[in-house]
Design a protein around this ligand. Structure first.
Ligand SMILES: Nc1nc2c(ncn2[C@@H]2O[C@H](COP(=O)(O)OP(=O)(O)OP(=O)(O)O)[C@@H](O)[C@H]2O)c(=O)[nH]1
Ligand SMILES: [Mg+2]
Length: 268
């Protein structure tokens, strides 16, 4: 029994001797764990930063810089396109068969210093047969300039209103609330109609179209959205998207308001 107790005592002693060593290994292990934890956080952080930038770049790409020039044939879209790009009205006069599509810094900004975001301008031909191309461009657009011939306005009122109605009732235009600028062109001529007159006439004409079209299209509800407020005469202010008006002369380079509109949609 004495021997046994001695052995037990020895064990106790030896265990008390080994405890500092154990402590050492514990702290070492803890240090390892801390280091591991630290690196885990670093890796996590780096990954998060990486994904943040990836998402930002991906998102940036999606921000559109595309402005469409639409309107009837001969309204002055191509003239405006060249005026915006080159600061001169060369070409024009021939009916466009192909869209003009280019990305550039507005001519009026060419003297500005620093980095300026370029805009993509697409001049969609006004010929009725070429208009379906508009559907390809619309989803990319962040703004529409609807060019109206203010000089030869009345004879084309009906067709201009029809085209504008078609544009405003496009689902993508309403859903994305694409802003529309009614640019009354050829204001350099004294016989040109005023923007107020043009806006009112277009509103009246669209009101007529709305009444007849809604009666016809009640069968196929999916194709178009309805415009304005029921029971009230149509006004552009009732549209879900912003519809504003301005006067311009694409030929003479009086296009500042159009440029301002473009830069409101595409921040430099
Ligand atoms: N007086 C005057 N004439 C203009 C103005 N802008 C365009 N025009 C003339 O209007 C005509 C038609 O201009 P375009 O730019 O070719 O018309 P568009 O809208 O491109 O026509 P499409 O290509 O057929 O869709 C040309 O003879 C131009 O010189 C303007 O501000 N004032
Ligand atoms: Mg043209």
């Amino acid at each position: 029994a004495e021997e046994e107790s001695a052995a037990a005592e020895e064990e106790q002693v030896s265990s008390s001797v080994s405890s500092p060593r154990q402590w050492d290994s514990w702290t070492k292990q803890l240090q390892h764990e801390e280091v591991a934890l630290f690196f885990t956080f670093v890796v996590l952080f780096v990954t998060l930063v990486f994904f943040y930038f990836v998402i930002r770049v991906a998102f940036r790409r999606k921000v559109s810089n595309t402005i469409l020039l639409v309107g009837l044939s001969d309204a002055g879209k191509t003239t405006l396109f060249y005026q915006l790009r080159d600061g001169s009205a060369h070409q024009g006069s021939v009916t466009s068969m192909e869209p003009n599509d280019d990305e550039f810094i507005l001519h009026s900004e060419s003297t500005k210093k620093g980095k300026i975001k370029p805009v993509r301008i697409i001049d969609v031909p006004g010929h009725a047969r070429l208009r379906p191309k508009l559907d390809d461009f619309l989803p990319k657009a962040c703004g529409l300039v609807f060019v109206v011939d203010a000089l030869d306005f009345m004879p084309h009122l009906r067709s201009a209103a029809e085209y504008l109605y078609e544009v405003l009732t496009k689902t993508v235009v309403a859903r994305k609330k694409i802003p529309v600028l009614l640019a009354c062109n050829k204001m350099d001529k004294i016989t040109a109609h005023s923007t107020d007159f043009i806006r009112k006439q277009l509103e009246k004409e669209i009101n007529k179209l709305r009444l007849t079209r809604s009666a016809i299209s009640s069968a196929d509800v999916t194709s178009e959205i309805s415009l304005g407020v029921e029971g009230e005469p149509f006004k552009f202010s009732q549209c879900v998207n912003q519809v504003s008006t301005t006067e311009m002369s694409a030929l003479n380079g009086q296009v500042e308001e159009v440029e301002r509109f473009i830069r409101e949609q595409v921040k430099p």
